[in-house]
Write a protein that binds this ligand. Structure first.
Ligand code: BGC
Ligand code: BGC
Length: 852
């Protein structure tokens, strides 16, 4: 059982689930000994690898292979992350590929410009072809998640996320977006995008639902070949894998969109038939289009991790579907295969993995793999097959002939290509085509731009909210409009068009106005998230926080016609918000070109309709927050708005009032928060531990350990007594700690580079030295001596201190069963105030793992 910590299950229920999981585990035989689910390759669809046999290319592959040492071969099969590898490492270990994960930018920066990417790409490329020491030159592949445009680059065009694109039903648009994305990626010097995502999300609680085009496998299949062709160029044309295209990754093979309860990296329990019918749909078309790589899913199928599933990776993908590129694993996903670790996984090679994504674990993996090849644990023929596949892709991409990445024509013109007007126009068109109109009573839309419009809601002028996760940072958080040069917020788009038409527009976050508006546009929606951080226990839109609903109702009560624009990665239950608005538009996550919204919502200056709504739902909209997943074509299908729904100016309709019963209490326990406003969250208790070792639970704002050596009192941070000041007086060490009623599993968070973030103010440090810890029961803890790092931080200043979870794991914590997510130990003279302790990815000061 995992990640209870981040689900919003009421604690009692969480405990029940833990008990149940333990019972099941006790009853079931150990996983590793289970019979693998049976696979019948002959039942699977065939694909046709479109590249004809190429004897000249094969001869080059063989010539390279015969000259390669075992070490060089192993290096080719490993991919490291630029946050953990240097060009010198690439030179020495002859790594076949590097990637820039969602949070990795050249030089450890937070964001990067095209020039900075190019410099990094050149350095790694030069290292890979450096022949000193008798090495063979094999240029490195450099991959990045360009999943909605070249979304890791400052100033790039950011297209709507995939759930929005599904609503357009327009494969030609998808192809054009792929081509534009490829150009921008190449302009930065990189040559591989980890896209398209071919997941067919069946449960919108999944935090990656927005990365999928649709719940309907037919749409995913239609788009798969279009996106692969856009990124790579069309097979058979001279554009194929030329210098303005990149290699694609069809991901995540297989079944990622069908995990139980929409849990990220969870288990897909489907039958083989359902796997074929639903989740495999995009792969044959992607292979027919010549996709050069396939990325394997983190998830399991019927209890077996995909990264170790030979039947599906080899018998189905490589044989039945004739896939002729190479298979790459996901971010340390091989480490989850029974018997494997991040640094060691022969089972993945056996299963048919050709390259292992070992971001920070590459060195250990290299050593172990090399030893296993030498010992014969990994068959030489299997290694050769993996290397051949990788070399073929490199040769097809003409990597050996291309020279330094910055010398490519598009890179030379990066200033014109990245965020070009043509690409932005394409993105803006995609925004227009993806908007879905759920309600337009009394024909409120389109609005007349010659009037006075109020634009409000906390997403109205918030480009980060328009983009969601996988945007400049992994989670897409911690950004302001200044991080998006060249982009346009929804407010800005409306303002421009209204002013050009002779009307006036007013922006306010909270709905107040200086002139009574003729209509209000309220823009609101989800906060950005990526992967498991977006997993939800139900489809309620941030339960317990109704401020947007209150805003809609307040404007409505004043007799102002209200248009709601909902920015979301997925359908969520918002019946109350729909009722409170006269018109309701699903804007999805539209990306950098917010003006596409004004294009459709407003008439032209002469009163004409310039653009009608074209989008229709590619995901069914739920009737309640707890309705079982609704997917078109499945038994019992009864959504609020069906797949394919979408009004337009040409097809108007009035919408009756919707039922407002969410089906559950709308209160929220929060994920990954342990202490907030000075108080322990439900399910946790705050304890003071004296030098005598006795723990005292403190529920009031003040208290002390039984021996009086650790004392706490209330303190004002942003509000009255919303922090706790803790003082240590004892001669030996004592602690403040947060103790959980039920153990929590932070294993996934640890692998994802999540931080433990403490909002604190340091008043005085003890010479005894501060230590921060996570503990996991009797004798189990990961404790870090951070005194010397704290000594360098400012005093008397509130700041967010980030400690990577993996430091606690390295220091001995078992992250699967933490009972103390936070402990702060020190001695006489220390005085620190604490306001909040929570998981997150944005900190003011990031500590490094101390060696202790
Ligand atoms: C994600 C992949 C992504 C990879 C590299 C993983 O955590 O699951 O979709 O391509 O990281 O960033
Ligand atoms: C993501 C990476 C990301 C990392 C956090 C992974 O799970 O897929 O792309 O950078 O976590 O650093």
């Amino acid at each position: 059982m995992s990640s209870l910590a981040r689900t919003a299950l009421p604690q009692r229920l969480a405990v029940a689930v833990v008990v149940m999981a333990c019972t099941l585990a006790a009853a079931a035989p150990a996983r590793a000994g289970d019979a693998a689910p049976t696979v019948h390759p002959e039942l699977w669809p065939q694909a046709r690898w479109p590249l004809p046999p190429d004897p000249a290319l094969e001869a080059r592959v063989e010539a390279l292979l015969t000259r390669m040492t075992l070490e060089e071969k192993v290096g080719q099969t490993i991919q490291a992350d630029i946050g953990s590898v240097t060009p010198e490492d690439v030179r020495r270990y002859r790594l076949g590929s590097i990637l820039a994960g969602g949070n990795s930018k050249p030089g450890g920066r937070r964001t990067a410009t095209p020039a900075q990417w190019q410099a990094a790409a050149d350095a790694f490329h030069a290292a890979s072809i450096d022949t000193r020491g008798g090495h063979l030159a094999v240029p490195v592949l450099f991959g990045v998640d360009a999943v909605h445009g070249d979304n890791s680059t400052l100033g790039a065009t950011l297209f709507p996320q995939n759930s929005a694109l599904g609503a357009t039903r327009d494969p030609d648009l998808i192809r054009a977006i792929g081509a534009a994305t490829a150009q921008e990626v190449r302009a930065t010097g990189l040559n591989w995008s980890f896209a398209p995502t071919l997941a067919v999300p069946q449960d919108d609680r999944w935090g990656r639902a927005y990365e999928g085009y649709s719940e309907d496998p037919r749409i995913v299949a239609d788009y798969a070949s279009a996106m692969v062709e856009g990124l790579q160029g069309r097979v058979g044309s001279s554009a194929f894998l030329d210098r303005s295209h990149v290699i694609a990754s069809a991901k995540h093979f297989l079944g990622d969109g069908g995990t139980r309860d929409g849990k990220d990296q969870g288990d897909n329990p489907d039958s083989e038939q359902a796997l074929i019918r639903i989740h495999a749909a995009g792969y044959p078309p992607a292979i027919d289009a010549g996709a050069q790589t396939v990325m394997v899913s983190f998830s399991s199928w019927q209890g077996r991790k995909m990264s170790g599933n030979r039947a599906l990776l080899t018998d189905v993908l490589k044989q039945r579907m004739q896939f002729g590129g190479f298979v790459v694993s996901d971010w340390n996903a091989h480490g989850q295969v029974p018997g494997c670790s991040n640094e060691d996984c022969p089972a993945a090679y056996h299963a048919g993995m050709d390259m292992l994504m070992a971001p920070d674990s590459w060195r250990g993996l290299y050593e172990h793999t090399l030893a296993e090849v030498k010992a014969g644990t990994i068959a030489p023929a299997r290694l050769d097959d993996a290397v051949r596949r990788i070399l073929r892709v490199k040769l097809r991409l003409r990597l050996f002939e291309q020279g330094p990445p910055s010398s490519l024509p598009l890179a030379q013109r990066a200033g014109e290509i990245v965020g070009s007007p043509a690409h932005r126009a394409l993105a803006r068109r995609a925004v227009r085509e993806s908007l879905v109109l759920l309600k337009n009573n009394h024909g409120l839309l389109p609005l007349d731009p010659r009037k006075h419009l109020l634009v409000t809601g906390d997403s109205a002028d918030n480009i980060s909210r328009q983009n969601g996760g996988w945007t400049l940072t992994w989670q897409g958080t911690g950004l302001s409009n200044a991080d998006f040069p060249g982009a346009t917020s929804i407010w800005e788009g409306v303002r421009r068009q209204v002013e050009a038409a002779g009307g006036s527009a007013e922006l306010s976050a909270d709905g107040r106005f200086t002139h009574r508006p003729d209509a209000a546009i309220v823009v609101f929606g989800e906060d950005p998230y990526a992967e498991f951080q977006g997993d939800l226990p139900n489809l309620a839109f941030h339960p317990g926080d109704d401020h947007e609903l209150a805003l809609l109702r307040k404007l409505h009560a004043q007799g102002i016609p209200v248009v709601a624009v909902f920015l979301t990665g997925r359908p969520l239950w918002v019946n109350r918000e729909i009722n409170a608005a006269d018109a309701f538009v699903v804007g999805w996550l539209p990306g950098s070109e917010g003006e596409g919204v004004a294009d459709v919502l407003l008439r032209t200056a002469t009163g004409a309709v310039a653009h009608d709504f074209r989008g229709t739902l590619a995901y069914s909209w739920p009737r309640s927050a707890v309705q079982p997943p609704q997917n078109v074509g499945q038994p019992g299908y009864d959504p609020q708005f069906a797949f394919g729904y979408g009004l337009s100016y040409a097809r108007p309709a009035e919408l009756d009032r919707l039922p407002e019963d969410p089906g559950m209490p709308l209160t929220g326990a929060r994920a990954g928060v342990y202490l907030d406003r000075g108080k322990a969250e439900p399910g946790l208790s705050m304890q003071l531990v004296g030098v005598d070792g006795a723990a005292t639970t403190v529920s009031a704002n003040a208290g002390a350990s039984t021996d009086g050596s650790v004392r706490m009192r209330g303190l004002d941070y942003q509000a009255q007594e919303d922090a706790r000041s803790v003082a240590w007086t004892g001669q030996s060490t004592g602690a403040l700690r947060l103790h959980a009623d039920a153990p929590m599993d932070l294993d996934r968070e640890t692998n994802g580079d999540v931080l433990l973030i403490t909002t604190l103010r340091i008043d005085a440090l003890s010479p005894a030295g501060s230590r921060i810890a996570m503990a996991c029961g009797e004798g189990c803890r990961g404790e870090l001596a951070i005194g010397s790092q704290l000594a360098r931080l400012p005093r008397q200043t509130w700041q967010r201190l980030g400690v990577p979870l993996k430091c606690f794991r390295a220091a001995g914590a078992d992250m699967r069963r933490l009972d103390t997510p936070f402990a702060w130990t020190s001695g006489a003279g220390e005085r620190v105030a604490f306001a909040r302790v929570a998981l997150g990815t944005v900190a003011d000061h990031l500590l490094s793992c101390p060696s202790n």
